[in-house]
Write a protein that binds this ligand. Sequence first.
Ligand code: CAA
Length: 262
Amino acid sequence: MTYECIITAVHGEGERKTGLITLNRPKQLNALNDQLMDELGAALLAFDADDGIGCIVLTGSERAFAAGADIPTMAPHNFMSAFKSGLISKNWETILQVRKPVIAAVAGFALGGGCELAMMCDFIIAADSAKFGQPEIKLGIIPGAGGTQRLPRAVGKSKAMDVLLTARMMDATEAERGGLVSRVVAADKLLEEALAAAEQINGFSAPSVALIKELVNRSFEGPLLDAVAVERRYFHALFGTDDQREGMDAFLAKRKPNFKHQ
Ligand code: CAA
């Protein structure tokens, strides 16, 4: 498939590499329209299905990760057309089907749907230039891709209410303090840092990586004790893999493990 609104590339030297997806509608600050979301979904699923890829990094430009859903496309909708067409539905949630880690590398604006897309990734590394917000209230709407649910889970009720109700932006420092982003780095080091994190994950055993992703997501999506019970099952199951034996043997022998990834 050829893409017009995103650019894909593969990075890394190891047995498993990193799929890099760059949002690319610069004139619109990477506003997320249907074509971009369809292309993003296709690229994510293609990397997810590729055994040579361990992790995916999703990024935008220096100026904007994404400034939200595409406003000119949404503007003409009424209730029935939004409802019937499933506005902000099908192609927005493809990312949730991906089993490999997806790291958001965010510089500049991550607003509205852009902030929601970053929050659907597994963790966010922010440039010191990043600005996060859910300004939908200024458009007379509300977030439509999980912002009212994922933002309070990330930063707590008080900060989420403040950001959602006032439409103000959080800078990278505030976003890190609130727990929305995992680390803040200099803007010119953003991609390097995100690719290095991906490379590190690529070196670990693939079943451990996939199960940690699934279980951490369960901690947000379901009741706690159910998730802990599933965690225990998977924990036991990993003792049936060669990678567990290799990982523990290597530790005891004080050498580097050589995972098969299975
Ligand atoms: N959709 C489409 N185009 C957008 C856009 C969006 N969400 N955000 C910015 N653009 C376009 C602007 O219209 C402008 O295009 P022109 O040059 O053709 O006029 C271009 O990007 C540059 O934007 P600005 O001139 O406004 O740049 P700025 O630096 O002055 O401001 C900004 C940047 C603060 C991000 C401002 O553009 C802005 O507030 N954008 C809208 C942000 C927003 O409301 N996002 C939420 C959308 S709704 C949503 O996402 C719903 C949901 O939950 C899924």
